[in-house]
Design a protein. Structure first.
Length: 307
């Protein structure tokens, strides 16, 4: 049987005008909590939140300025859920010192009972980098260095030592051995290479220009060349669905229809090597979203989902 795991980037906490539903603007923590709990009840593997520190005025119309802090939000979600994993999609590593990132996600992992997933990325808003005093041109190098540093910091309480006699210890320690898995986001060639060689998983951010099948094959080939084929790796994908007949326009990129039709699409993704799918379920209010999550869990996941 084909098996996949599913996640959802939660509504409300990040309201890009390209993705957010109209009802999200008037919603808040109660609706966010309802959605996260619905995902957990439906058997989703993870729920995720996004990361922007401050959106420049010239991008606000397209991006909005509603972006909850990811660590604070994931910590709050940890307290109101029990099983679902907690993913940053994605945490912009160049914005923070690796010591700070390690502290935040080790603490999250300890407090959540080992449910943290650290999705990371380089970032893309140049003005945001400027406001934080981080060189935009160095973001790729800074991300690579941060991932390597995080491996050391998660593995060893004293992994933050400078090597000059000033050893720096960090507790609490993450509950997961080696720390939270690091899933690398991005669809560009450098991002795919970073995911293959440094990550425990890949989170595409939109369709890769070379196509999904070619991108998955490329990542698998890079991992084989690096001798990493025996290590677990989460191969991600993103898709929009509506379970049933919507009776309203859900958009050209949303597949609407029966559970069988949706499962057929997902089986095709699994056949090229995808293991995890971040699902967007279209809705006109939080009640419809809860209904869609429940329907996906009841009728789609049993056809293609990992137990």
């Amino acid at each position: 049987m084909t098996t996949l795991r599913f996640g959802m980037t939660l509504p409300i906490q990040g309201q890009s005008r390209l993705m957010a539903e109209t009802w999200e603007a008037a919603a808040g923590p109660p609706e966010l909590a309802r959605t996260a709990r619905a995902c957990e009840a439906a058997g989703f593997d993870n729920v995720s939140v996004c990361d922007h520190v401050a959106v420049p005025r010239h991008l606000a119309e397209r991006m909005s300025t509603v972006w909850y802090d990811p660590v604070a939000t994931l910590g709050w979600l940890a307290g109101i859920t029990e099983r679902v994993r907690l993913l940053s999609q994605v945490y912009v590593l160049p914005y923070r010192n690796p010591l700070q990132t390690a502290k935040s996600f080790a603490t999250l992992d300890a407090l959540s009972g080992g449910r943290a997933l650290l999705g990371v990325g380089t970032g893309h808003v140049e003005a945001e980098f400027g406001a934080l005093g981080v060189p935009f041109a160095d973001r790729g190098r800074l991300t690579d260095e941060a991932v390597r540093a995080l491996r050391r910091l998660f593995a060893d309480e004293w992994g933050g030592g400078s090597g000059q006699g000033d050893d720096l210890g960090q507790q609490p320690r993450p509950l997961q051995p080696g720390g939270p898995p690091i899933w690398v986001g991005g669809s560009t060639a450098p991002a795919r290479r970073r995911a293959a060689l440094l990550g425990d998983g890949w989170l595409p951010q939109g369709p890769p220009k070379i196509g999904m099948q070619a991108a998955v094959a490329e990542i698998l080939a890079l991992r084989e060349e690096a001798g990493k084929t025996c290590e677990p790796f989460a191969m991600g994908d993103m898709s929009a669905f509506y379970v049933g007949e919507p009776g309203w326009d859900t958009g050209r990129y949303c597949l609407a229809g029966s559970a069988g039709r949706i499962a057929e699409r997902l089986v095709g993704r699994a056949s090229i090597g995808v293991t995890h799918v971040q699902v967007r379920l279209r809705s006109r209010d939080v009640e419809e979203l809860e209904d869609q999550i429940a329907a996906f869990g009841e009728s789609v996941i049993p056809l293609v989902g990992a137990s």
